[in-house]
Design a binder for this molecule. Structure first.
Ligand SMILES: *Cc1c(COP(=O)(O)O)cnc(C)c1O
Length: 416
């Protein structure tokens, strides 16, 4: 091929990237602002774009791809199930659901599982369970149930969930809002105690606030929340949709914190990056308040989702993913902390999950992500100058180091 033909080929490819992006922007709703990268395939921690360029995935679809792209055991489970049975609705039993529910309940150490699809649906389901529990078990007067949440929360995008968000973008112009929620500062036990009254049915929290920038609460916070909710007869609902299933070096972040919530919400990684699978997991005295006809989902607990979910549970049962996340995480946190003062103002995190604050005088989080993408690292900013790093747990140590090298180079470039 002549040099000219090579240049033409490069131009044609660039045009292809542009074309796909233009098409998505022309025909798709503008509810996202993606980086200028068009993924075409992926394996493990690496994504390949339409031009054949490779990128290290340091977002892992907000932890939905904890076990890597195309994990062989998960793909095999999905492919086998595709050939057998994919959907029955819950009007009939299917032979994949029982095994999935039992193994998930045992993994989490609870008695009962309510299967749903997306994370927001798990949150909505937990809100309904908590309210029904409040009226039927606790004896709260009808219509008076209150749920306490935390400032800076992210629990999903439904109208009820954004009703208790304090993110103006997520909330503005979507009212009227669902009543029955009160929000207090995250990590503040005194504020939480003051907010709980006799009609409080639940406290709903992320054990680490992911979307808020990987905010890790003080060590006594989650145990304090457990003590307060027990004392005041309210449920403790832990939203582990992003923090759970290996990311923090444990099956659940609440286990790292040594607490046992009443309801645990799972999603994202539960679907192995293949199908949406979410769940509310708890004991029978709480989840058992929901009776036939009171809640459901056409797709919740479908055989394909159950087969993939079961394969995810099997991966987690060995503990290898959790150990790997803990070990790689220690290394990542150590390397990132060395960059504080060199363009980073703060580094937070647990396990293979880091929130890093870029000096706002240097660049926005978005700009840093753009420069990282040019160097082959995909990451996502959240709120101004904060970046979230959450590579698939299967990432190789050398690749992780290389990604931090790229961040170091970008920061050096920005410092001039
Ligand atoms: C992503 C997320 C959700 C919502 O999950 P979707 O599948 O996007 O509906 C809820 N809670 C937390 C903590 C999350 O990170």
């Amino acid at each position: 091929m002549s040099a000219g033909a090579g240049a033409d080929a490069i131009r044609a490819e660039a045009t292809r990237t542009e074309r796909v992006i233009e098409q998505a922007e022309r025909w798709g709703a503008h509810n996202y602002h993606p980086l200028h990268v068009v993924a075409a395939s992926a394996e493990g921690a690496w994504i390949t774009d339409v031009d054949g360029r490779r990128y290290l995935d340091c977002l892992a679809a907000y932890s939905a791809v904890n076990f890597g792209h195309g994990h062989p055991a998960l793909v095999a489970a999905a492919k086998a199930q595709l050939d057998r049975l994919t959907l029955t609705s819950r009007a009939f039993h299917n032979d994949r659901l029982g095994p999935f529910l039992e193994r998930l309940a045992r993994l989490v150490g609870k008695e009962m599982v309510l299967p749903m699809n997306t994370g927001a649906e798990a949150v909505e389901s937990a809100i309904k369970i908590a309210r029904a529990w409040g009226y039927r078990v606790k004896g709260v007067p009808t219509g008076k149930a209150r749920i306490v949440v935390a400032n800076g929360n992210f629990h999903g995008r439904t109208t009820t969930i954004i009703s208790f968000s304090d993110d103006a973008e997520a909330r503005a112009d979507f009212g009227p809002y669902t009543p029955g929620f009160v929000s207090v500062p995250y990590g503040d036990l005194a504020a939480l105690e003051a907010a709980i009254d006799e009609n409080t049915v639940a406290v709903l929290l992320e054990p680490i606030q992911g979307e808020a920038g990987i905010r890790v609460p003080p060590a006594d916070y989650l145990p304090g929340v457990r003590a307060l909710t027990t004392e005041r007869n309210a449920l403790f609902i832990a939203d582990e949709i992003q923090s759970g299933l290996g990311r923090t070096g444990a099956t659940l972040q609440v286990r790292n914190a040594g607490v046992e919530p009443d309801l645990i919400l799972l999603g994202k990684a539960l679907g192995g990056g293949i199908v949406p699978v979410s769940a509310v997991v708890g004991d029978a005295d709480v989840i058992g308040v929901i009776q036939p006809g009171q809640h459901g989902s056409t797709f919740g607990g479908n055989p394909l989702a159950a087969a993939v979910g079961l394969a995810v549970v099997e991966l987690l049962e060995t503990g290898d993913m959790q150990t790997r996340a803990r070990q790689l995480g220690e290394h990542l946190q150590q390397r990132l902390r060395a960059l504080v003062g060199q363009g980073l103002t703060e580094v937070r995190g647990v396990g293979l999950w880091a929130g890093i604050d870029v000096d706002p005088a240097l660049a926005s989080g978005r700009r840093v992500c753009e420069l990282l993408a040019e160097r082959g690292v995909l990451a996502k900013d959240t709120h101004g100058s904060t970046l979230r790093l959450a590579p698939p747990i299967v990432v190789e140590l050398a690749d992780l180091d290389w990604a931090v090298d790229q961040l170091e180079a970008v920061l050096a470039e920005l410092r001039g």
